[in-house]
Design a protein around this ligand. Sequence first.
Ligand SMILES: *[C@@H]1O[C@H](CO)[C@@H](O)[C@H](O)[C@H]1NC(C)=O
Length: 249
Amino acid sequence: MFLSLQLLLLLTLIVRTALTGGYYEYETNECLTSSSDLTDVEFITTIYFNKEPYIRFNSTVGEFVGYTEYGVKNAECWNSGPYLQQMRGEVERYCKRNLRIFYSHILDKTVRPRVELNAEQQPSGGHTSMLMCSAYDFYPQAIDVYWQRDGKKVTTDVISTEELADGDWYYQVHSHLEYTPRSGEKISCVVEHASFSGPMTYDWDPSLPESDRNKIAIGASGLVLGLILSAAGFIYYKKKSSGRILVSS
Ligand SMILES: *[C@@H]1O[C@H](CO)[C@@H](O)[C@H](O)[C@H]1NC(C)=O
């Protein structure tokens, strides 16, 4: 199984803008953690003036650090007052409280991918073809998509995209395999995701794709219909002509 490591960032922005002259001051509050047990939560608050950070509180450091003369002065002041104690309590009060809500309502949830295996037409023709294994609408982002030939992992001739964000919390990913079909071999796409209890294997069916099957079915129906009509016409003609012979005799 792959390791799903989630780095969670909880970010708030506080913006103070001086309308005249375009000065821009903003403050970010970040909660960082890499595990749902919340044992390593770090709280960072940074204040920027015109995009330059001038003071930061990092809960691992435990006090304010200034980066400009103004920042250093503020750090001295805030580190010797009650504000420092308040900041030191933010890991519990602000981060853990909100992270727990995030984990129980969003981050622990998983949604299974819809997996599709398709062959792409090669413009050059020839014997090599391109298989595409696509996983759609899954959550969370971490996923592993790879190919197997007769049960062994394929490492060459594979191109994969990043996990692409759909913008609605879901992701998609595509993996391409360039291959030359050989009779008797089995090609599979394997998907590993937190929503599955184990690796899911999707075997490539080398028979004709559905669209081609449909074309053949339509063609065959047309042919059968044509034959029936011809036969009917022929029988009708025979009947008519034999009837005429009867009348004339
Ligand atoms: C916070 O401080 C620790 C210790 O210096 C450091 O390892 C960590 O990278 C800092 N975090 C950030 C986001 O700057």
